[in-house]
Design a binder for this molecule. Structure first.
Ligand code: HEM
Length: 402
């Protein structure tokens, strides 16, 4: 017999939205709850903000090397274990993180910001001129891929293929099509890494190709997996946060008008800043993060054994009333807003500044160019327990009167 808490493990449930009510009951009744093995291995579900933050901040006790996502038993542990940044143990993580984080310095972010301004202006301009748009495919999926291609210095001629493969890797109809697209991405990066080792540039692939750990360069396949992670991490979540944010604005016209008035009135940095964080909290596109206990530990009154899986439900933490006043209210001026949508601790999202820049740029462009946006059919949601958000958001747009 299934337990009501098993709702949260059924991808189909998310097609009609995150099961917040189930998460709320779990947080109130048993914020650290054991799930027996079934399709998934046995694991602890964490739904309270404090316990989740404690786990994410303690990489020594709660390791990410076996994978950060809950995978069906049949799939085994993540093959990227101790190879990618997110799945590295503390010493290797520090070496890789230093190299990648150093690349995201203000000088490189400014360069990306200029590129993004132009890309957003033309994507929103084209959508307004057409009068109709699927916001997910035409704007929210396209811009982040263009930005990642820019910082990996993927040649212009190859970008259409990368855009197609990335879209298919997430959105293709069958699992076979999705994994084929993924293999194509890995193969492409394999050749690119060899080329950048021979002729390095100032891009992030070249940086990764030169990273040394314990006296040696990383094996090429590890560089490839890290490039793939940047492409995936840098596109999927931004797409989901941006499109989820847009839908929520349409559902809360008072908030949209307030944001527009503030931006028009020159308050753009202040309210845009709090708006982006509220969109991140509200959409919580990464539903959960997983860790494994390195040794026995007590958490929320429960005894966690060495080797146990611990799943941190970010969607639940970000609605915890102990940390967010009136958590189910979408409030673009919310402050403070210490959400966990970008993680916490040493694995905190390395692309966080870029993610915020991308979302705020698109919002600003929408405010500048769009008079009215209304639904043009029903939005469609993904059926996934891993990422939360929209597959399609058809809109009708009218230009803003000058
Ligand atoms: C709305 C957008 C984004 C969201 C919601 C998001 C979410 C997250 C979260 C929750 C983590 C923590 C993972 C963990 O603790 O196991 C993370 C880490 C990471 N993110 Fe993001 N991310 C976003 C955008 C980006 C972008 C734009 C990039 C790339 C440029 C990126 C690259 C990464 C990488 C490489 C890590 C691993 C960091 C580490 O382990 O040290 N993300 N992200």
């Amino acid at each position: 017999m299934t337990h009501p808490a098993d709702d949260i493990l059924d991808g189909a449930v998310y097609r009609t939205g995150v099961p917040y009510e189930t998460f709320r009951r779990m947080r109130e009744q048993q914020p650290v709850r054991w799930h027996e093995p079934g399709v998934f291995p046995g694991f602890w579900s964490l739904t309270g903000y404090d316990e989740i933050r404690e786990v994410l901040r303690d990489a020594g006790t709660f390791s990410s090397t076996a994978g950060i996502l809950l995978r069906p038993l049949a799939q085994g542990d993540d093959p990227g274990g101790d190879r990618t940044l997110a799945l590295s143990a503390p010493a290797r993580h520090a070496a890789l993180r230093g190299a990648i984080a150093d690349w995201f310095v203000p000088r490189n972010l400014r360069r990306l910001g200029r590129f993004l301004d132009d890309a957003a202006r033309s994507a929103v301009g084209a959508a307004v001129a057409a009068g109709r748009v699927d916001f997910v495919t035409d704007i929210a999926a396209r811009l982040p891929v263009d930005v990642v291609c820019a910082f990996l210095a993927i040649p212009d001629a190859d970008r259409p293929e990368i855009v197609d493969w990335t879209t298919d890797a997430f959105c293709a109809g069958t699992a076979e099509e999705r994994s084929l697209a993924h293999l194509q991405i890995l193969e492409y990066f394999g050749a690119l890494v060899e080329e950048r080792r021979a002729r390095p540039g100032d891009d992030l692939v070249s940086v990764l190709a030169r990273v040394r750990y314990e006296g040696a360069l990383l094996p090429p396949e590890d560089v490839v997996l890290n490039c793939d992670n940047l492409l995936v991490g840098g596109t999927e979540n931004v797409r989901l946060a941006m499109s989820g944010g847009m839908l929520t604005m349409l559902e809360h016209p008072d908030q949209w008008s307030m944001l527009r008035d503030d931006v028009d009135g020159g308050e753009s940095d202040g309210t845009l800043g709090t708006a982006v964080d509220e969109i991140l909290r509200w959409t919580s596109s990464a539903t959960h993060l997983m860790r494994r206990a390195v040794h026995d530990v007590t958490l929320g009154g429960q005894r966690i054994r060495a080797g146990d899986r611990v799943v941190c439900w970010l969607v639940a933490a970000n609605r915890d009333p102990a940390h967010f006043a009136d958590p189910d209210r979408f409030d673009l001026r919310r402050t403070p807003n210490r959400h966990l949508a970008l993680g916490a601790g040493s694995h905190y999202c390395v692309g966080s500044r870029l993610a915020r820049l991308e979302i705020s740029t698109v919002l600003r462009e929408f405010i500048a160019q769009v008079g009215e946006a209304v639904p043009d059919g029903s939005p469609e949601f993904l059926d996934s327990i891993v990422v939360n958000g929209l597959r399609r958001l058809p809109l009708k747009l009218t230009p803003r009167a000058v």
